[in-house]
Design a protein. Structure first.
Length: 434
């Protein structure tokens, strides 16, 4: 089983990787606009990153499943993110920005399943819900702090300095990754028998029965024959949840962008502060709720928690449609934190339920990531078109309808994927201080 040092290093890895990813958000559009790029040129370049990410989801998942060393894949992805940030900071011209967007799109698709695979190997299936909740907590705290820090750098140093900071934050992420013990996540050496015992020296390290059982399960998952993509796609659990993911992002992706556009159009002062608060508040909610979501999904099952998180989508869209004061957008964003906490934990957790025992955990994450990209792309394009033709209120009502369909699909068709025979222990968390 993983020791406290590896688990704490995983905490910091999630924290700093979220910092790095924050640098590739809205700051790119602001940076390019300050360099006299048109909105059409900016949109085209950002679309390159989106298309690359969508096209890379399944290949990246297959690659992570195939690679024996998940830490190496994570390190390569972090290096690619650092390279992308340096390219953006060095020259805001067409070729460097295009190259940076392509590298960022593929690296992001590699990094997410790699960290999920490391987490799975460190704590095992029984404790994965707890671990994913903790991952989401540290990632959300990292995102919120990075957004504030990058905003200060952009305001008081230069917009370009945001990308130098982004590249610098990748370094402690690599250090945290190196502190995760390779013996905890790599396949056992040839001289090691099943159950984590060395041949001829049974239980010489004083491992507990729970630790041995987890390693047996991990060894079984490694040695099990892997399903083909065709076989995996015949699993109705995967297909139904993929449809849920499409509807979730169809409802969610355009919501804040649409609200931010209304705020900018109808509000004079403090626009940036309101938008920043709309980003930071959900991150704080995710940080508070994610561990509870992970624990509850292990105890009660996936469906009840999914119904709770998905139900926040139509409610939030209806509130946005009826809000008249821009300052009321911030409290409405608490619901975004609830749905984000549930979705962030459920996606990799259901992926391990569906493909973890078949050697296709990361491929499942890739399939769900592709579904998310499809839903998000449709959301932003369709919601923008509807808002231009019929007004923002009608567009919000359409987003609410998509969210309601997502809730209905979870309630009526999504099967429970939790294995009730797998009992969680405390391995997904750090030991209590003595």
């Amino acid at each position: 089983m993983a020791n406290a040092r590896s688990l704490r290093a995983l905490d910091w890895l999630n924290f700093f990787i979220a910092d790095v990813q924050t640098g590739f958000g809205p700051f790119i559009a602001s940076y390019l606009a300050s360099r006299k790029w048109t909105q059409g040129e900016i949109g085209l370049m950002l679309s390159v990153g989106t298309i690359t990410a969508m096209a890379s989801q399944i290949p990246a998942g297959v690659l992570i499943d195939w690679l024996p060393g998940k830490r190496g894949a994570a390190a390569a992805a972090i290096g690619a993110l650092m390279f992308s940030a340096l390219l953006l900071g060095s020259s805001p011209t067409w070729l460097p920005v295009l190259t940076a967007e392509i590298f960022h799109g593929f690296a992001s698709c590699m990094l997410t399943p790699a960290i999920a695979a490391v987490s799975f190997a460190l704590v095992g299936r029984a404790n994965l819900g707890n671990r994913l909740g903790r991952n989401a907590r540290f990632a959300s705290i990292g995102s919120a702090i990075a957004a504030a820090l990058m905003g200060l750098f952009g305001e008081y140093v230069s917009v370009r300095s945001i990308f130098w900071l982004t590249a610098a934050l990748a370094i402690p992420g690599l250090i945290a990754l190196s502190m995760i013990e390779p013996v905890a996540i790599e396949p056992p050496p040839p001289g090691r028998a099943k159950g984590g015992k060395k041949q001829g020296n049974a239980d010489s390290n004083g491992q507990t029965a729970a630790a041995i059982g987890t390693e047996v399960a991990q060894d079984k998952a490694r040695s099990a024959p892997r399903e083909t993509l065709r076989e995996l796609l015949s699993d109705k659990r995967l297909l139904i949840f993929a449809c849920c993911v499409v509807l979730f992002h169809l409802s969610n992706a355009a919501m804040l962008n649409l609200a931010a556009g209304d705020v900018t159009a109808h509000m004079g002062d403090n626009v940036q502060l309101v938008i920043a608060a709309c980003i930071i508040v959900p991150q704080m909610v995710v940080a508070m709720l994610s561990p509870w979501v992970g624990r509850s999904a292990q105890r009660w099952g996936r469906r009840p928690i999914m119904l709770l998180g998905f139900s926040a989508l139509p409610i939030r869209a209806l509130l946005f449609a009826g809000v008249t004061s821009p300052y009321l957008l911030v409290p409405v964003q608490v619901l975004d934190g609830l749905s984000a906490a549930v979705f962030g934990v459920m996606l990799p957790l259901i992926a391990v339920d569906v493909g973890g025992d078949k050697g296709r955990y990361n491929l499942c994450i890739g399939v769900f990531g592709l579904a998310a990209g499809i839903g998000a792309t449709l959301s932003t394009s369709v919601a923008g078109f509807v808002a231009d033709r019929f007004g923002s209120t009608v567009s919000f009502l359409g987003l609410a309808s998509a969210g309601a369909l997502a809730v209905l699909l979870v309630w009526a068709a999504m099967p429970e994927t939790r294995d009730a025979s797998v009992k969680p222990t405390d391995a997904g968390d750090l030991p209590a201080p003595s």
